[in-house]
Design a protein around this ligand. Structure first.
Ligand code: SAH
Length: 358
């Protein structure tokens, strides 16, 4: 066991089993040895590579998407742009490049970066020291003022939020918990069945079926939707999608680009779960906003004109033609990220459809 696993084991021995969600939070965010607090998580040297790290076209198209939504809503003054979990800041840097072509949008733009990791925040601060807009940082979404028109971008953020799992047994749905097994952390089931917070189609679940929920994701999506419905703006969520909403164990650990055991080395592996877009659509509508998608990342980027934009880039940088085209193929290929990743937008009920969802 590594040092964080030993600390978690001691905590369990004193206080009792913890939920999978609590384990994920400790493994990702523990201040001393959590994954995001200490590791080079993103990029070729890190555990995983994200879309903005593959091609600058990704962030540029999302920047243009924001401008188009803003114009469609009458170009309101002082827009607030929020990015959730900006990582190394690459997506925002590429969006800013797109904003340079729209000085009226850039004029008065305020950017808020929501970042839990002090280490990544300092990487971002350095990157945006001379940015052409005002930047500030918060650690939590609910620190952002709630009376503003806002645009929210989240790429591979929702998949980092902690999930809880329930397993169907003879006793009913029991929660999957983490216990200390002496020399290793282990999974177990709560002895008592628990009422599920949201009821799936009950009755047809076989013994062993796993039901996964992400309360942090649904409450965040609901709050964003409430604000967007009341004050305008839009949100874009891009992430790995659950195939069969709610059902199945989608939690995975990735260490140095390879799959790892979820409990083996907390803090050393990235932990994530697929996003249940059906559950998000439900709370978005409940909050009075409109949900668009999910559409595949490939479909979304093609609708926004990725082919045209990348060929422009090839003409301007012929020496990098292969690299640019390979990047686009990784973002849109059915065997790469194109189908696995899905995109969902949130918009006010009376606003035109955001681009990319036709
Ligand atoms: N969007 C970036 C990085 C994705 S990695 C990209 O596409 O490259 C996830 C990011 O979310 C990291 O910056 C991580 O530190 C941050 N993060 C994860 N959970 C968070 C939470 N609960 N609150 C705030 N930031 C979080």
């Amino acid at each position: 066991m590594n040092a964080l696993a030993r600390r978690i084991a001691r905590m369990i021995e004193m206080d009792g089993p913890i939920s999978l969600g609590t384990f994920m939070t400790l493994a990702l965010h523990d201040r001393e040895t959590g994954f995001y607090a200490t590791r080079e998580s993103i990029g070729a040297q890190g555990a995983f590579v994200t879309a903005p790290e593959i091609s600058q076209v990704f962030g540029e198209l999302i920047g243009s998407w924001c401008i188009a939504c803003w114009r469609d809503q009458g170009s309101p003054a002082r827009p607030l742009l929020v990015e959730l979990g900006p990582g190394r800041g690459t997506l925002m840097a590429d969006m800013l490049r797109a904003f340079r072509g729209a000085p009226d949008f850039l004029d008065g733009l305020e950017v808020v970066l929501v970042e839990a990791s002090a280490r990544l925040e300092s990487v971002q601060r350095e990157r945006f020291a001379d940015a052409p807009a005002s930047f500030r940082w918060v650690q939590r979404w609910d620190e952002i003022e709630s009376d503003r028109l806002l645009f929210v971008i989240a790429n591979e953020f929702f998949d980092a939020l902690p999930v809880r799992q329930f397993v169907m047994t003879e006793r009913g749905w029991c929660e999957r918990v983490v216990i200390s097994g002496g020399d290793a952390l282990k999974f177990a089931l709560s002895p008592q069945p628990v009422p599920l917070p949201r009821h799936p189609a009950r009755g047809d679940a076989q013994a062993g079926a796993v039901y996964e929920i992400c309360p942090a994701a649904t409450s965040l999506a609901e709050d964003i939707s409430r604000r967007v419905a009341a004050h305008g703006g839009a949100a874009l969520i891009i992430d790995y999608a659950h195939d069969a909403p709610g059902y199945g164990d989608t939690v995975q650990a990735v260490r140095k680009h390879a799959r790892d055991d979820v409990l083996a080395a907390p803090g050393e592996a990235d932990l994530s779960a697929h996003v249940d877009f059906a559950a998000l659509a439900h709370v978005i509508r409940r909050a009075g906003a409109r949900a668009y998608g999910p559409v595949t990342q490939a479909g979304f980027l093609r609708n926004l004109g990725i082919e045209m934009r990348s060929e422009q880039l090839v003409r301007a940088n012929p020496a990098h033609a292969d690299e640019i085209r390979t990047g686009v193929a990784r973002l849109t290929g059915a065997d790469a990220m194109g189908d696995l990743f899905k995109v969902m937008a949130i918009a006010p009920p009376d606003a035109p459809s955001p681009p990319g969802f036709c």
